[in-house]
Write a protein that binds this ligand. Structure first.
Ligand SMILES: C[S@@+](CC[C@H](N)C(=O)[O-])C[C@H]1O[C@@H](n2cnc3c(N)ncnc32)[C@H](O)[C@@H]1O
Length: 426
């Protein structure tokens, strides 16, 4: 029979285990001469992070206690006595109590977790929420870890742990609450914008802040932006704050709900139109002048919006759904009216995608072209956004939509969209 090793019992957080006291020595010095004695005894005084070496003295208001370092004994003590020979300063024993509130999270967790476990002290903060991604070996201790991190981080009110991998289409983490209150509605700040969100209902990744900024900084203020998978607005809102007109869509009704809230929160209602539908249908409607959106709040001031006659002319398209955005590229093939776009440059597409560590830019471009249904041309840039996992990286491929794709005339059955073809190039 296979031998199954029993896990050590999950520790309970006994805060009083951390009660201890340091046996020190202290000088009783006149209150007015603290500086003088600090200087005289430089190198011998007590130094510990977050603790002071001069304390009030229970003997009276005119004196203070100057604590000596824990290491001061024997020869060093004699040296101090020599320095004090001229003055009449007594050296007395002093007991300094320490407890759970004093020690930092890593010290406490190191004591509580079995030897050899990597102590989890870093986490992603999303407003008042600390988001952990604990290794399997730490799962028996997850509640204690959560409680310690909650106790030790004053800005955190809730600690959650990611459960499994994100597989749902809305890219929402499955998570469990380890400690604190169960309220997952929070607010975060990115650059000049505020975002409200419910972390249990919508996608949010604070690590994308730089990328949100990189891309939106590249937009000119008179440009029109289409965000096909806008989430709660981290591209849409800053783009509107720059002065762009933005058409932002997300299929998740809860993301759309918070997108509307964030548009208002950042006072860019005049420049953002929002929608809640499939990204492919959204682009088709914008290009064919049939699109309209209804903000999800029932407010008499908010009316439906419509695109201009003949279809919207736009400058950039953002597609941040790296797990599958390339598969939506087929929507652009033959979607544009040549006459309508005669005077307007075709938009630049910014499509996010994941790639394996051994894949190169040419692989990424080839995959995008496969779904687009033709070459992207020379005007293509591939930007590494971040390393997601040891064998997974996130990229943004940006290219000007080629006229041959945009104005392509669908002619026969072989010309069907790439989404309907078998995926052989993934
Ligand atoms: C990775 S998140 C990115 C959200 C946002 N752009 C950001 O940077 O935080 C992808 C978003 O695509 C949305 N989504 C998934 N499938 C979609 C579809 N078919 N059409 C429109 N949006 C979709 C999800 O709800 C999610 O909000």
């Amino acid at each position: 029979m296979a031998h199954v090793e029993a896990l050590p019992p999950a520790p309970v957080l006994q805060r009083d285990l951390f009660n201890e006291s340091l046996q020190l020595k202290a000088l009783r010095i006149p209150k007015k001469e603290c500086q003088k004695y600090m200087k005289l005894l430089a190198g011998y005084t007590f130094e510990k992070p977050r603790l002071r070496c001069i304390l009030p003295d229970a003997a009276g208001p005119e004196t203070r206690l100057l604590l000596l370092a824990e290491t001061v004994h024997g020869r060093e003590l004699e040296q101090i006595k020599e320095k004090l020979a001229e003055s009449n300063i007594p050296i007395i024993p002093y007991e300094l109590p320490l407890d759970y509130t004093y020690f930092p999270a890593d010290y406490i967790l190191k004591k509580l977790l079995p030897e050899g476990c990597e102590v989890p002290t870093s986490f992603e903060s999303v407003g008042h929420i600390a988001h952990l991604n604990l290794r399997d070996e730490l799962l028996p201790y997850k509640h204690v870890i959560g409680q310690v991190l909650l106790d030790k981080n004053s800005s955190i009110r809730t600690v959650v742990n990611k459960v499994g991998t994100i597989e749902n289409e809305f890219r929402v983490f499955k998570m469990e609450i380890l400690a604190g209150d169960s309220d997952l509605e929070t607010e975060v700040k990115q650059y000049k914008a505020r975002f409200r969100l419910n972390y249990g209902e919508v996608y949010w990744n604070s690590r994308l802040e730089q990328e949100h900024r990189r891309l939106t900084d590249s937009f000119r203020k008179d440009e029109v932006i289409v965000d096909m998978m806008a989430g709660i607005g981290p591209f849409a809102v800053p783009a509107a704050q720059r002065g762009c007109q933005v058409y932002a869509n997300d299929l998740n009704p809860r993301s759309h709900h918070y997108l509307d809230i964030n548009v208002k929160l950042n006072k860019v209602q005049g420049r953002v139109r929002t929608c809640c539908m499939d990204a492919r249908a959204f682009v088709q409607q914008l290009c064919r002048s049939k699109a309209s959106g209804t903000p999800c709040h029932d407010s008499p001031q908010e009316r439906e919006w419509e695109v201009p006659e003949g279809g919207l002319l736009f400058d950039h398209v953002v597609m941040n759904l790296p797990a599958s955005a390339v598969e939506f590229l087929d929507v652009f093939k033959g979607c544009f009216d040549e006459q309508r776009w005669q005077e307007h440059p075709l938009p630049t597409i910014h499509c996010y995608t994941f790639a394996k560590a051994d894949e190169c830019n040419a692989d990424i471009q080839r995959r995008a072209e496969g779904y687009l249904g033709g070459p992207v041309g020379d005007d293509v840039k591939i930007h590494l956004v971040r390393d997601v996992a040891p064998n997974k990286r996130m990229f943004c491929i940006s290219f000007r939509l080629p006229a041959a794709i945009a104005f392509h005339k669908h002619s026969d059955a072989t010309d069907e969209p790439a989404s309907k073809r078998t995926k052989t190039d993934q």
